[in-house]
Design a protein around this ligand. Structure first.
Ligand SMILES: NC(=O)c1ccc[n+]([C@@H]2O[C@H](COP(=O)([O-])OP(=O)(O)OC[C@H]3O[C@@H](n4cnc5c(N)ncnc54)[C@H](OP(=O)(O)O)[C@@H]3O)[C@@H](O)[C@H]2O)c1
Length: 342
């Protein structure tokens, strides 16, 4: 008998929440039992959440109220809300017996002291930071199966850590790793600030957040780099709606060949269905991943094998958010990794 897992989403009316709804509505192992906006939001039909849901039935979208969410008895709750809201809501859900997959940054950093500096708030549940499993699916392995709380990675970090992590043992100490990452505007959510308006974005391209982007400590942590290690992350705002392309510059501690790097990546990602490796010397394009759950990685060697430029492309709303969250759910319910995603 196919028993479906009962799932709710808080933040279903946001960009990543809507993608989650579109995926989970078709997931063969899931029953969506609740979809919620902010408590200030109104009620609206399920099919209004995403164009691909036209004609589908599902729970009406209702404002988030803890008691009514719990009344629908979800086993899993996805949080696709702003960081501070997720930090407040997750402990209450866990205390009520739900398992939580949080798409925000509320549980990605291991130390509460980092939150005022990088996220601008004092963490209300520091005891949960140690428990949270960092859900970079390809690297989380067994930890996800029994997890109560999963911190889904940020979009920029997914596009930087996936290509870098297999290379870390080969890199020269003392040489900076430089990551230039460009994101489409949906990375900022559906906010209406002037900086994200058409007039400011169209025909423009700009760098921002040097040394102050909240995804930097998350990347350092996942790559085993302390805060003094030479690591440069520069975010850029790209005038497209979705997609991230990260260009990463690395220096090796000895010359490496294209064959060795290919083997290194194959060891890390063979059998990982959502990471696609390009042939050595060819680099991925953004358009090939937009609307897909894939991370595409390619590299070119320079300086007789002492340096490389590595490029990784993802869809920020899918591999950078919703589809990665569903990959994590699949691990947590012992479903096949691609269920609901292929
Ligand atoms: N956008 C991306 O590419 C991306 C990638 C990875 C991770 N993330 C993270 O995922 C989270 C959601 O991002 P997003 O871009 O999808 O955001 P978004 O488009 O701004 O949507 C935010 C959602 O949260 C709801 N919400 C706001 N305050 C709430 C509260 N206090 N309680 C309950 N619900 C509340 C909103 O409801 P209303 O419709 O009623 O306002 C909306 O459904 C953020 O933490 C973000 O950092 C985003």
């Amino acid at each position: 008998m196919n028993v479906r897992t009962r799932v709710s989403i808080v933040g279903a009316t946001g960009y990543s929440g809507a993608e989650l709804c579109a995926i989970l509505a078709r997931h063969p192992r899931v029953e969506l039992v609740g979809v919620h906006s902010s408590s200030g939001g109104g009620s609206s039909p399920f099919a209004s959440l995403h164009p691909s849901l036209a004609g589908r039935s599902g729970p009406a979208v209702t404002p988030f109220v803890l008691a009514s969410l719990l009344a629908s008895r979800p086993e899993f709750v996805f949080l696709a809300t702003p960081n501070e809201a997720a930090a407040e809501i997750a402990p209450k859900l866990l205390a009520s017996g739900c398992r939580v997959i949080d798409l925000s940054g509320a549980f990605r950093l291991p130390h509460a002291e980092a939150y005022p500096k990088w996220y601008g708030f004092t963490h209300p549940a520091p005891e949960l930071l140690k428990e949270a499993v960092y859900g970079l699916s390809e690297w989380a392995d067994g930890a996800l199966a029994g997890a109560r709380l999963v911190a889904n990675p940020g979009c920029y970090p997914t596009s930087v850590i996936l290509p870098l992590r297999p290379l870390m043992p080969l890199l020269a100490e003392g040489h900076a790793i430089v990551c230039d990452s460009a994101s489409g505007v949906s990375g900022a959510g559906k906010k209406s600030d002037l900086a994200f308006s058409f007039g400011e974005l169209s025909g423009n391209f700009k760098a921002y957040g040097v040394g102050s982007h909240r995804h930097e400590p998350e990347m350092r942590n996942a790559l085993g780099l302390n805060e003094r290690a030479p690591f440069v992350f520069v975010a850029h705002l790209l005038p497209v709606v979705r997609g991230i392309l990260s260009t990463i510059h690395v220096t090796f501690d000895r010359p490496v060949s294209a064959e060795e790097l290919t083997r290194t990546y194959r060891r890390a990602y063979d059998g990982k269905p959502f990471v696609r490796l390009h042939p050595a010397g060819t680099l991925p394009d953004l358009k090939d991943v937009v609307g897909t759950p894939f991370a595409d990685i390619g590299f070119s060697l320079l300086g007789e094998g002492r340096q490389a430029v590595v490029v990784c492309c993802i869809d920020n709303l899918l591999k950078g958010a919703a589809s990665q969250a569903v990959q994590n759910l699949n691990r947590m319910i012992a479903a096949g990794e691609t269920e609901g995603l292929s």
